[in-house]
Design a protein. Structure first.
Lengths: 247, 254
């Protein structure tokens, strides 16, 4: 359909259009910015309710809920610290989102890198345990977040037994080819830090003998590590013998 | 004025003969039945659950019915060349537009009143009055937007897609603004551009998210000032959209 020129439009209509546009922009520009009322994080709905609400597309709903959760710490225009959130509810939300979108990594990234880094130890520990439990459901895909949890347990919480538990889980359950050497060997390094040299030596030895390591560079590295540990173990033993003979 | 009144009456007659009001009654009855069923399921807050689960679907259903009726009716009129016949009447094009708009606006008001009827036993009266008036305002905006889109696109699917997009965007704009304004990291250039774009779009959309709130029906109703802002927004947006639709109508060469 052809169109007439703008000159064919009555001036009154043009004036009304300009007036309407100016009034709309003025009205919205002077309105206060949208704010959510500062409130507690609501309990997470049941997975059945969420599946119903997803209209057959749970992944899209999962992604949307993650953005909602991420934006939740911004309330009333000022940032509410993560540490003020109710962590049991937060965990429930993250778990529901993972149930809706099991391949999604965002909830575990948020759990390990945002919510587990608050300066409240109890909340850190609960979030690390959440990451650990979720890791066990899909180790080959979720190991990076447990690796980060291991680092937090070791360097922030200074809880080497906890770090060791996580590192052991990665070594034992994350068996996919794409899991890198450093992740699988975290257990050995933590044992070294705990001065459990003999255990670390036995693990590397068993690891080499199992035949699961195929890469020549990895074999060479482990072999070198084993020799270093053996030297340190021998040195430790002779020092111990020396101390006993002095007594 | 007689032409405006005649066109409005004809439009309303068309709605009646299309059994649109019967459809609205059926929707209301189904929603009422569903709310009664959920009332049996609920352990607590059954009145609140009934009210919320009646009000929200009725609001969306009313918007859907109005938008679909305006668009299909106008497209049929354009296809049957009735529009050309009506434009040949001794009056400017604005008379035709306002005649049609008045008819659709009357239908929208009737639909809003029908939607409010099943809420009478559950909601507080002041809140229900505010809710109903706000729904009329919301439906008037949707009516004007549907007219504008159908005059621009002249086809059902693009016009309805545009109206649906406009409605969903308007209702979720405030949430989008909050999310856009809360990045996890320091905002980069892209974040700033996206944020500015979201703010710009928000300026051009009506604040539908603040209209026809279910909470008005549940607790204590807000004051008349809430209705004032709703009415103000409706008036401003009707001026904008109606003038944009008139601009498009005057430029069309039939």
């Amino acid at each position: 359909m052809s169109q007439r020129s703008i000159a064919g439009v009555p001036r009154g209509v043009l004036a009304l259009l300009a007036l309407g546009l100016a009034a709309q922009i003025g009205l919205k520009a002077t309105a206060p910015p949208p704010r959510t009322a500062a409130e507690d994080l609501a309990p997470a709905p049941s997975i059945a309710a969420l599946r119903l609400a997803s209209f057959g597309d749970p992944v899209a709903l999962g992604k949307t809920l993650m953005l909602y959760l991420q934006a939740f710490d911004y309330q009333s225009g000022s940032k509410v610290p993560y540490r003020d959130l109710d962590y049991s509810r937060l965990e429930a939300w993250l778990a529901r989102i993972l149930e809706l979108d099991p391949r999604g990594q965002y909830p575990l990234l948020a759990a390990s890198r945002l919510y587990a880094e608050v300066p409240v130890e109890a909340k850190q520990r609960s979030m690390l345990e959440f990451v650990y439990r979720q890791f066990l459901l899909d180790p080959d895909r979720r190991w990076p977040w447990l690796a980060h949890a291991t680092a937090i347990a070791k360097h922030r919480l200074h809880d080497l037994p906890l770090a060791l538990r996580y590192a052991r889980a990665i070594q034992r359950y994350a068996v996919a080819d794409n899991v890198p050497l450093w992740a699988k060997q975290m257990e050995i390094f933590i044992l070294e830090d705990m001065n459990e040299l003999e255990t670390a030596r036995l693990i590397i030895g068993g690891y080499l003998q199992s035949g699961t390591v195929k890469d020549p560079a990895e074999l060479r590295f482990l072999d070198e590590r084993l020799r270093q540990l053996e030297a340190r173990t021998a040195g430790k033993t002779s020092a111990k013998e020396l101390r006993q003979s002095v007594r | 004025m007689p032409i405006v009144a005649s066109l409005a009456r004809a439009t309303l007659l068309e709605a009646v003969r299309n059994r649109l009001l019967w459809l609205a009654v059926v929707v209301v009855v189904i929603a009422f039945g569903l709310a009664q069923f959920l009332n049996q399921v609920a352990i607590t807050e059954s009145r609140e659950i009934q009210t919320a689960l009646l009000a929200a679907p009725l609001r969306v259903a009313a918007v859907f019915i109005v938008a679909v009726f305006v668009i299909t009716s106008m497209v049929r009129e354009l296809s049957d060349k009735v529009t050309e016949l009506l434009l040949s009447l001794p009056g400017p094009r604005s008379v035709y537009f306002f005649g049609k708009f008045t008819g659709y606006a009357m239908l929208a008001s009737i639909l809003a009143l029908l939607s409010a009827l099943p809420l009478v036993p559950f909601a507080n009266s002041q809140g229900l009055v505010l809710w109903t008036l706000s729904l009329i305002c919301e439906l008037l905006i949707v009516t004007a937007m549907s007219l504008f889109c159908v005059l621009s696109f002249a086809q059902v699917v693009p016009a309805f897609a545009a109206v649906a997009g406009f409605y969903l965007l308007s209702r979720s704009m405030a949430a989008m603004q909050i999310i856009a304004g809360a990045p996890l990291q320091d905002p980069g250039l892209t974040d700033r551009v996206v944020n500015a774009l979201v703010e710009l779009i928000a300026l051009l959309l009506p604040a539908l998210d603040g209209m026809t709130q279910t909470t008005w029906l549940l607790g204590s109703a807000p004051g008349v000032s809430a209705l004032g802002s709703v009415a103000g927004q409706t008036a401003v947006y009707l001026v904008l959209i109606c003038s944009a639709a008139l601009f498009d109508l005057y430029r069309k060469d039939f």
